[in-house]
Design a protein. Structure first.
Lengths: 293, 605, 312
């Protein structure tokens, strides 16, 4: 039976509301975009529709940040490798935890979940990372994030909804743990894995706090990521001729709003480019007659 | 299928490994090139210790890790600008500079301290709290053994000797030895653009006919109302206001106008490390008798009341409650306010106004409105930026030599203006800026090509300090004769003439009896629970004082104010804290007298 | 024959044993990673019981027992206010947590697939905008005297004086929760979208056969299909009630609204970390961990009672 393409009233209202909310979400992005091409004075007055007093000042300023190119490379590297590692590790762990034969299943599951709630602060974490030699090392970006409880929970819940018959029939055929994982679980879990890919990739792209703590001094070399450089630039970009008096305390160095907006746009744009490619995995139904198949 | 997947996984793993090893290679490459120097013996001064220049003392090239408040035009590490090269060549070192960000440095410092990974020389953003931690864990180097041999420049300079003496006082040292090295002594300006001042639009004041302006509490708001009436809109059509503030900027920074809005202009410093309960007179360095946080007529509450009255009369920009300081500065530059307190923003606004041909709009600092004293001619005797040498450093002598080298008047001039010959030249023993210099914009890009302002907070003196040898301020860009002439527009000339003087500085000296800052009282880490009480008081004030500004009537204001005061007294131990710091201040009288004496020697000689 | 049956049973048993061992062995490396990065740093909890100063070894610090835990509660008026704010805002957010699910259903109902994709992409954008920028946007578009919102409302004559959402104390919670919903709705809907796509299409076809209309299909097929995901996320949200995120409230809170917007995370930062009082900050962290785990256990137990199976 074909679904008719006729537009019903509830359908129309649905589309209208979605349209409204989409506008609410899209306009701020446009606002950021046009403001990043306007002069600070115009921004202060209010720029709402198109750039006023067009200037490339903010972007040329960004382009002059020292170490920019290598940081972009590092950010891409950590996003790609980190995402792959996290998806593989977290999904495999989730699969193991979902297996009904796992002994002490509840305990082991909780072993992972509790990690979400326990955090002793950054000093002990810093000391641990330092002790295992991950300081000034690229791996500090991706190893700690490889096994994440939140993703394990999501994937495990998803796996448990896969009909058990599929796994059992594979076992009858003599498939081992790894083969079932690779050939059955992974392909069927594409929607949730796509979710995880998006979440992890965005996280890796945006994180700078690990850079700040663990990449120190001259041995950090070229290991800084883009976000950290932008964050530093945000703190420091001010005309230095006015001899800022220290009596003013911290946080005196602030950058103009246009610069912040340009930075934001540069950060968000790559995400939006890659995003649609992941979309098809969680907008199309795949479980069609899976049991029979 | 399995093969494909396996292959993909292997490829992924290889990619990770490749990237990891590539970047690791990068690092080992860098460290290897400097590792050779580091592995040699560490007594680099075994050679001649004669009185030759630094070059002859240090035969061996070493690498030093320095975290400082420096310009960020280049990535952390070796710098390529001429001034950095000059430092490196003079001292025979590889100088790896990291520019710190003040907001994050405390947490980074704590982590580095815990892990024992401190750099060779680094800045303390909050010496009161951080120095005791460093000393407890033996991370701060006692500088005494190295002073005589490696810090001769500073020892022989009266201002340097004063700084060293101050660092030995109990407030700054647990045992009378020097641990802290202060940079940026002297002053940030020549007295005409103090960091905390009462700046008004003199052009409009003149147009209004110089109305009576003799009191902060009474007259100032009336005058501002008249000024707003003269210019109700900016050139872009924005509504103008008497004044504004940035209360929206997080807890602490948003209260800046209360802490510094009235005190320095009446000769009182509210000491922040005491939670602002203690005020010190800058006339004779004695503590005020009243608890400044609980005295309704003290400078703190008078400042709060000023902003409340301004709000009631519609003279305070309502956005003040939600603005951050960068928005405030943009508004100031757009001409939205008639009155301003932070000096650096006034300079920035004037620069913006001057972009128009024939501009008359100028913010000028007023002499003290009603008091007999003001904290105008700054005296950062201890240095405004405190640096420490890592006790575990391999090269303590080189570190001290570095600190000494950058602390000279000569280097300060280079730090603020670049090397001689680029933007300035000596003419008959007087340094003169080139015309080109006065037109540049001092930003990070300029720092990369010329080294200007890279070391501006890692040098001996602030830019307004007068160099004794030639009588000219350090920063020729802002304070040389040429620069002053350029600033002399009609509005400024009118200001000077109005007070019957010949120069701006003369006006201030003539109008107020005491204009030189003299505050030598400082406090170290408080004992016992006092430190906790101070934190709690600050936290309480941060979340409550702005509501007083929003009060709709005088009665409501007084209600809120009294409630806050009684809350402080009953639950926050504010009187106990005051007594503690007051007694500490009184106990410093002898040390203060010694410092005053040394300061007089500087002024005489 | 009898032997065969026994042998078969025995070999099946040892086969299960084998599998169990294999599973645990495979799991070990991941447990090790988690131990290193999450459990080993917990030695730092000891800082809460001593006068900790960075750089000192643990045994060099003076032992003070529960002093810092007491300090959390001594300033009870402050602390109660902070907890009230935190729990109120979290509760409101939890109430709104059903919105992403509804939104996902709404998107999946749209017949024009390309439109649905565009909507989904665009509504995820606010999640990528940092809170610093959100502050700028809220200030310029909604809050400033000269903002777009005020210009429009005053221009239309709907209000006589400008509104300022950022200084409105009475509606502070509603404002912050609304902003948070705007920021996270599209992104959080992704999980539900993926759950919807995993619902067996045959169920829909069966419903069609039974003559169900659209609403009934949603009610009886889609929603049950989302229920398990929803409950997992709900339980997680309940256990995270003490975490509201630092940035939002630090940046969007103003002097007028701190009373309502000071939450636990900003409290810890203000009282502990900013003043370099790490013992206090650690004590607060322990408090938060303990309460969160208790909340999770309680929620899990309630879920077991209500739905018959415990999720964790």
């Amino acid at each position: 039976m074909e679904s008719k393409k006729r537009l019903t009233v509830p359908g129309a209202i649905n589309i209208l509301i979605l349209l409204l909310f989409t506008f609410l979400c899209l306009y701020p992005m446009w606002y950021i975009f046009i403001n990043s091409w306007s002069s600070p004075a115009a921004v202060n007055r209010g720029v709402y529709f198109i750039p006023l007093e067009f200037t490339t000042e903010a972007y040329t300023n960004l382009g002059q940040i020292p170490g920019l190119t290598s940081s972009i490379f590092i950010s891409f590297a950590r996003t790609i490798s980190g995402t792959i590692l996290t998806v593989l590790c977290s999904s495999f762990t989730a699969y193991l935890l979902a297996d009904k034969f796992l002994p002490a299943k509840k305990f082991l599951y909780r072993f992972f979940i509790v990690t979400m709630y326990v955090n002793a602060g950054f000093i002990p974490y810093y000391l641990t990372i330092s002790a295992i030699g991950l300081r000034n090392n690229f791996l500090v970006y991706i190893l700690p994030a490889a096994v994440q409880a939140y993703f394990i929970i999501l994937i495990k819940t998803y796996i448990e909804s896969i009909p058990g018959e599929m796994v059992e029939s594979a076992e009858m055929d003599g498939a081992g743990i790894f083969r079932i994982y690779a050939q059955i679980i992974m392909p069927l879990s594409k929607p949730i894995l796509a979710c995880i890919v998006v979440f992890t990739a965005v996280n890796q792209w945006n994180t700078w706090s690990d850079d700040m703590f663990f990449m120190q001094g001259r041995n950090a070399g070229n290991l800084h990521c883009l976000q950290y450089l932008l964050y530093q630039n945000l703190q420091s970009n001010v005309v230095t001729s006015v001899g800022a008096g220290a009596a003013a305390g911290a946080a005196m160095k602030v950058s103009s709003m246009t610069l912040r907006m340009a930075m934001s746009f540069v950060t968000i744009f790559p995400i939006l480019c890659v995003y649609p490619f992941m979309q098809r995995y969680f907008t199309k139904g795949i479980m069609l007659g899976a049991v029979k198949g | 299928m399995k093969k494909k997947l396996a292959l993909r996984l292997i490829a992924a793993a290889l990619a990770v490994a490749m990237v990891g090893s590539l970047t690791a290679c990068d690092n080992s490459g860098e460290t290897a090139s400097t590792g050779g120097g580091a592995s040699a013996s560490d007594s680099g001064d075994s050679g001649d210790s004669g009185d030759g220049g630094e070059e002859s003392k240090f035969a061996e090239r070493v690498a030093l890790d320095v975290v400082a408040f420096v310009g960020s035009g280049e990535a952390d590490g070796l710098r390529s600008d001429p001034v950095s090269k000059y430092v490196e060549e003079s001292l025979n070192i590889d100088l790896y500079l990291t520019a710190l960000t003040e907001a994050d440095w405390p947490t980074q410092l704590a982590a580095l301290m815990a892990g024992g990974d401190l750099p060779d020389v680094f800045m303390l953003s909050d010496p009161t709290k951080q120095l005791p931690m460093l000393i407890q864990s033996n991370s701060a180097l006692n500088l005494e053994p190295y002073l005589e041999e490696y810090a001769s420049n500073t020892l022989n300079d009266p201002a340097g000797a004063l700084m060293i003496e101050a660092q030995r006082l109990p407030a700054n040292s647990p045992d009378g030895n020097m641990y802290l090295w202060g940079m940026c002594k002297g002053s940030w300006d020549d007295g005409t653009v103090p960091t905390c001042g009462h700046y008004i639009r003199w052009d409009l004041y003149k147009e209004a006919g110089y109305p009576k302006l003799e009191s902060y509490d009474e007259d100032l708001l009336d005058v501002l109302e008249q000024l707003v009436a003269l210019e109700p809109q900016t050139a872009d059509g924005l509504k103008t206001y008497g004044c504004g503030a940035w209360f929206g900027a997080g807890q602490g920074w948003g209260e800046w106008v209360f802490t510094f809005g009235l005190g320095p202009q009446e000769g009182v410093n509210l000491i922040e490390t005491t939670g602002r309960v203690l005020g010190v007179s800058t006339v004779d360095s004695t503590p005020l008798e009243n608890n400044q946080l609980t005295d309704p007529e003290g400078i703190f509450w008078r400042a709060v009341r000023f902003y409340n009255k301004a709000n009631q009369r519609g003279l305070l920009d309502p956005d003040s409650f939600t603005m951050t300081s960068d928005i405030y500065e943009e508004n100031l530059k757009a001409g939205k306010y008639m009155f301003n307190v932070p000096g650096w923003m006034s300079v920035s606004a004037n620069t913006e106004f001057n972009k128009t041909e024939g501009n008359l709009k100028t913010f000028i600092s007023l002499p003290s409105l009603s008091a007999d004293a003001e904290d105008r001619f700054g005296n950062m005797y201890r240095g405004e930026r405190q640096y420490v040498v890592n006790a575990q450093t391999q090269y303590p002598e080189r570190c001290v030599a570095l600190l000494d080298f950058v602390s000279t008047y000569d280097f300060s001039r280079i730090a603020w203006n670049g090397l001689e010959g680029t933007y300035w030249n000596m003419e008959d023993g007087v340094p003169v800026p080139t015309d080109e210099y006065l037109t540049v914009t001092k930003d990070d890009a300029l720092g990369v090509s010329t080294g200007v302002n890279v070391f501006h907070h890692f040098c001996g003196f602030g830019n307004g300090t007068i160099v004794p040898d030639d009588g000219v301020a350090v920063d020729l860009y802002q304070f040389s004769d040429k620069a002053n002439e350029a600033k002399m527009n009609d509005t400024m000339k009118d200001f000077v003439a109005h007070f019957g003087q010949d120069s701006q500085v003369d006006v201030y000296r003539a109008e107020t009896t005491t204009t030189n800052s003299m505050n030598y009282i400082s406090f170290g880490d408080p004992e016992g629970d006092i430190g906790t009480y101070v934190n709690e008081i600050n936290a309480y004030m941060g979340t409550n004082v702005v509501t007083a500004v929003a009060a709709a009537s005088d009665e409501e204001f007084e209600q809120i104010r009294d409630k806050i005061i009684s809350e402080l007294q009953n639950n926050y131990h504010v009187d106990e804290v005051f007594q503690y710091f007051y007694d500490e201040a009184v106990a410093q009288a002898d040390d203060v007298a010694k410092l005053v004496e040394m300061n007089n020697a500087i002024k005489a000689g | 024959m009898g032997d065969n049956a026994v042998t078969k049973r025995v070999s099946r048993l040892s086969g299960r044993r084998q599998k169990q061992i294999k599973l645990v062995l495979f799991l070990l490396p991941f447990m090790a990673m988690v131990t290193i990065f999450s459990y080993i740093p917990l030695f730092g909890w000891s800082y809460a019981f001593v006068e900790y100063s960075p750089g000192l070894q643990l045994w060099e610090c003076e032992f003070v027992g529960l002093k810092y835990f007491e300090r959390i509660f001594t300033n009870s008026a402050d602390f109660i206010k902070v907890m009230r704010n935190t729990l109120a805002i979290s509760s409101l957010n939890i109430c709104c947590s059903v919105l992403p699910a509804i939104f996902a259903i709404a998107i999946s109902q749209v017949k024009y697939k390309r439109f649905a994709k565009v909507v989904q992409t665009c509504t995820s954008i606010p999640n990528f905008i940092s809170w610093v920028l959100v502050y700028s946007i809220v200030f310029m578009l909604l809050s400033s005297e000269n903002s777009a919102l005020n210009n429009i409302l005053m221009g239309l004559g709907l209000i006589s004086s400008p509104v300022n959402p950022l200084t409105d104390v009475d509606h502070a919670w509603a404002v912050q929760v609304s902003i948070n919903v705007w920021k996270t709705l599209g992104y959080n809907a992704i999980i539900y979208l993926s759950a919807i796509t995993s619902i067996d299409q045959e169920l829909y076809q069966a419903a069609d056969v039974d003559g169900a209309n659209n609403w009934q299909k949603i009610l009886h097929v889609t929603i049950p299909g989302l229920l398990s995901t929803f409950f997992v996320l709900l339980l997680l949200a309940i256990s995270n009630m003490l975490s509201n995120g630092f940035d939002q409230f630090w940046l969007l809170g103003t002097g007028m609204t701190w009373d309502k917007l000071e939450v636990f995370d900003t409290y810890v930062y203000r009282m502990g970390i900013r003043n370099m009082e790490y013992s206090l900050a650690t004590a607060m962290g322990i408090f938060k961990s303990v309460v969160s785990i208790l909340l999770l256990s309680f929620a899990n137990f309630a879920s077991k009672r209500l739905r018959g199976n415990s999720i964790f």
